[in-house]
Design a protein around this ligand. Sequence first.
Ligand code: PLP
Length: 405
Amino acid sequence: MLDINKIRADFPILQQNIYGKPLVYFDNAATNQKPQCVIDTLVNYYTHENSNIHRGVHYLSQKATIAFENARETVKTFINAKSSSEIIFTRGTTESINLVAQSFGKKFINQGDEVIISAMEHHSNIVPWQMICEEKGAFLKVIPFFENGELDLDAFENLISAKTRIIAITHVSNALGTINPIKEIIKKAHANNIPVLIDGAQGIAHTDVDVQELDCDFYCFSGHKIYAPMGIGILYGKEELLNQMPPYHGGGEMIKTVTFEKTTYNDLPFKFEAGTPNVGDVLGMEKALQYVKEIGLENIAKYEDNLLKYATEKLSEIEDIRFFGTAEHKSAVISFLIGNIHPFDAGTIIDHFGVAVRTGHHCAQPLMDIYKIPGTIRASFAFYNTKEEIDVLITAVKKAKQMLE
Ligand code: PLP
């Protein structure tokens, strides 16, 4: 299906040894690695094109401006937004959610109102809503999930009320791998005239995202989770909503006119892009999206699903493995514990096999509290991973079990 040797050759970081063993990188849900073409784009930008954009008449500024706005078009096409005005460049998912929570919240959330999130959210999709609720005297309502990590959709319907102002939910759980039925959730929310924000941090690199087909009101993601540099991300928002929302940050770029008496604000998307943008990383992200598109998200999803099945099967053969997140629709994330061994201890031994897994609460402390565990060991796969690498993980897990039990 995929030419894995060719793909792996695109990622220079994968070519190294750790503790004398080939690096096995299974921490893709935290951040994934960057292909050479993305690295080259950054080097080329800073070598030949670096310039501040939008306000310069000189050659370099115009060149950088055109490249930057072309990248916005590429993002628009990648998620099938209606207009490039709906694509706001941010620092990442966290900033995108904070932008909506603060700006939408300032305008539309009032005392006694309610915001619905789910119990499997990353802290980035909990804390910004808590902050605005606290400020406005509003309430956070939480959709529970079943033991297997699937959302309780009946409970969700019961939480909707005339006071619900927005629903913010993750596309894919970073801790459990659950792919949530966001289309169904959006439909139910819209039947009650409630807008929906999707935290797409874990969705964007593993499933085809079509924001018009989903009909979501906001979709947020980080570049670094889709093979692009860190420090760049996207807020997609429907134009009619973004137009009604006040600016988030003030400064250059987001204004039309400024006097000491009054400032008028710029049109979308610039109204939400105060200050000098991260041009180099925007171009890096464009290249990453083109790279992913070339391989094809459908192919990626199929390949990663194969890895998930293989790893689940192999880990299941080890006695005392407990899985967290066994939903029917899952992304390539496996969260598990080995008996009563603390995840940090196991992670340290696994690391010495050259295998990078993540251990801990994965920024989802409330979720860990529900399971009454301190955290999990999480292996998350990308399309450059292989079954042979999973075999190394299995050997490492067996060794950790043997040493720590
Ligand atoms: N939401 C989810 C589901 C995540 O997995 C993450 C990062 O792990 C975030 C939000 C936050 O992303 P970032 O730190 O790139 O802003």
